[in-house]
Write a protein that binds this ligand. Structure first.
Ligand code: ATP
Length: 290
């Protein structure tokens, strides 16, 4: 086989806690993560020219090693002793960029899964996750996805029961938020509130959607930043439209609401689209088999 296709699913944070700043500059986090049906489409073709190129429908996405998909491909080939193999990566990006939905990380993870298929599954899931975490903090989770508790920088993963059945309305305002900038602001002031992660895990374990929604919380929403006012307004609008819970994902700027009824979610997405550049309905996606 010389070419293959793969879906790169977006991730949402059902909760996000930051527990400490480490001596290496990274932060220890505790997050409940979920892959969702909103996805980029990747195709990979082996080429003869020894170069790795990435083309995408978005002109501002880097095509060289600054692209996480290219970095993942380089790492994979190096790891299996095939450096020098040429590859053409094509990405059709549908996940909004700089939205806290791990778009780049999920592309990187999709590259790892796709290459492992092209090379007859030479690496195990654990080896792919380890390679992924060297590319970026969210990449390890994106390799198998599903529902998981992530700790450390996001690379220490424990699979969880699938989310209770629900619909997700994902919205993004005009602006994006830089992850390093938001971490700096978070470090500047003590956190006033933390999510009840234990309660959230119990709600997921018991399949209790309402209890889950009551416990969704992202500590970044409490950071002193004027853009959080807009995030709060979007959250409020989603709740007005019938969401059982709504929070920002990752370091934003995307916000999502959880609905138990498909028609209500569709209606909410239609209304939100009148006010915002991006709004869609997605569903949770379970663990991805290699
Ligand atoms: P996270 O949720 O992991 O914090 P994000 O969703 O906020 O990430 P991304 O959309 O992954 O952010 O990308 C942010 C930056 O990464 C962009 O400025 C972009 O130039 C760069 N980048 C590198 N590779 C990719 C890729 N494959 N797709 C999108 N952006 C990429």
């Amino acid at each position: 086989m010389r070419q293959t296709q793969e879906m790169a699913y977006a991730k949402l944070n059902i909760s996000l806690d930051v527990t400490e700043k480490r001596s290496d500059g990274f932060h220890n986090m505790v997050m409940v993560m979920q892959t969702v049906s909103l996805c980029d489409e990747l195709s990979i073709r082996m080429t003869e020219d020894g170069r790795i190129r990435c083309r995408s429908n978005l002109h501002f996405i880097p095509s060289d090693e600054r692209n996480l998909a290219v970095r993942a491909a380089l790492r994979y080939l190096e790891r299996i002793g095939e450096s020098g193999q040429g590859l053409e990566l094509r990405l059709h990006k549908k996940i909004p960029v700089g939205a806290g939905m791990a778009g780049g990380s999920s592309d990187a993870a999709a590259v790892l899964r796709a290459l492992n298929r092209l090379y007859d599954r030479r690496l195990s899931l654990e080896e792919l996750e380890e390679l992924g975490s060297a590319v970026g903090s969210d990449v390890a989770f994106c390799v198998a996805g599903g529902t998981a508790l992530a700790r450390g920088r996001g690379e220490l993963l424990s699979p969880l029961e699938p989310l209770p059945d629900c619909e997700l309305v994902i919205c993004k305002p005009e602006f994006s938020i830089s992850t390093p900038e938001l971490f700096r602001k978070l470090d500047a002031a003590p956190l006033r509130r933390h999510p009840d992660t234990a309660g959230l895990l119990k709600a997921i374990e018991e399949g209790d959607l309402h209890a889950m929604c009551r416990r969704m919380y992202n500590v970044f929403e409490d950071v002193e930043d004027r853009r959080m006012r807009t995030v709060g307004e979007i959250r409020g609008r989603l709740l007005d439209h019938g969401a059982l819970g709504a929070i920002m994902t990752g370091t934003g700027s995307a916000v999502f609401g959880v609905f138990d009824r498909a028609e209500q979610a569709e209606q909410a997405a239609r209304e939100m689209k009148k006010e915002l550049p991006f709004a869609c309905v997605a569903r949770p996606v379970g663990r991805i088999s290699r």
